[in-house]
Ligand binder design. Sequence first.
Ligand code: IMP
Length: 428
Amino acid sequence: MIEKANVTAVMGLNWGDEGKGRVVEYLSPNVDVGVRCSGGNNAGHTIVRDGQKFALHLMPSTIFNPKAISIIGNLTVVDPKALIEEIEELKGRGIDVGNLKISKKAHLIFPYHILEDKNMEDLRVNQIGTTLKGIGPAYSDKTNRIGIRISEMLSPDFEKKIREVIRLKGIYFVDHMQKPLDSEKIVKDYLEYAAYFKPYIADTTEIVQQVLEDVEKNILLEGAQATLLDLDMGNYPMVTSSDTLATGLVKGAGIGPLDMTNNCGVIKAYMSKVGEGYFITEQDNEIGDKIRELGGEYGTTTGRPRRCGWQDLCAIRYAISLNSITELCINHMDTIGKLERFKICVGYEKQEPRGVTSQYPAYDDVMKTYMPIYEEFEGNFGDISSARTIEDLPENAIKYIRFIEEQTGVLVKYIGVGPESEQMIVVN
Ligand code: IMP
């Protein structure tokens, strides 16, 4: 086999917000190309650099490395207004975004997608709790082949294309929502956005494939959202509308599945979720409230309080197998260690036929008939925020880490012991 560049992928194994950003940040200085592969500005993570706080949504985290090419990949959906705001904020704070590239294959989010997202959430009996950023409607137009790709921004026919889609959408809105679209404003705004984006638009697949040929180079694939939110393999319909798995990462970058070298799966020592949907290990009680406060569990994009509960080994194993995970990162070990005792789900008791299973079903109706089976652990880790090697951790913490390793068959490479970038143990 021909040797190629090292490709490391970082992805969330639960419902998002696992803290993927910190692993990405750690790897970032040695990266030649970083790709934010799928999803849109529904994602968010906070990066603290030199005491300054940055909230990124669609921007690849490698943007802080001036030597790296940072790519918004093939499977993303781009809200140009929101992205321009992100770019301008970074530029205003002295960050060079000259190496940003936006894939021609990415799709555009239009104001009508945001309207549809809001209207649909209002009309639904069982709300999903979307981020209201127009993500689902943009992906459904893409699948319906009435989406508009970023590449069209370079075409003299861009305006014509927008008008045609607005005609189709206009019919929809007038008939179903009694709210005609302001087509002139949309056309004017999007022509301006096209002029702004011109220097950034590229065939990013070509760029990635070229770099892939060089054995000396490092490519980083940055996951967004997470496995249990995947459109196909997550708890549908309480999911996002993109491919959040390793499959989405390779497609978003434009490489093949066997080009992946390390697949890092990120979890927290407990679990959290925003939005609706069944959460079998949820602690909708004092314990959940305590975890939320100790872990600062509030959404970066929406500010919503996150639902908190115990970690679930069945979900982790499911995600490990779907993503060919080769190493794990466990965040918030410091947070869980502040509890006296804590639990992890090791299987489910099921009713029909009666018995025990360790298979994660990913169907809310099935999960509602299950009862979690827990293994309990001792907390009270003391202050572990300055631990930098695994030997610095107390026995109770090591016990939990080893248990997860034994139960999943995957070694833990990174352990988060505090919110700051450097508060992480890297196990060699
Ligand atoms: P949408 O992606 O805005 O359509 O939202 C669908 C579901 O995915 C909702 O439950 C959101 O809260 C959730 N979601 C989307 N992006 C993220 C993320 O980055 N972190 C956590 N949850 C997310």
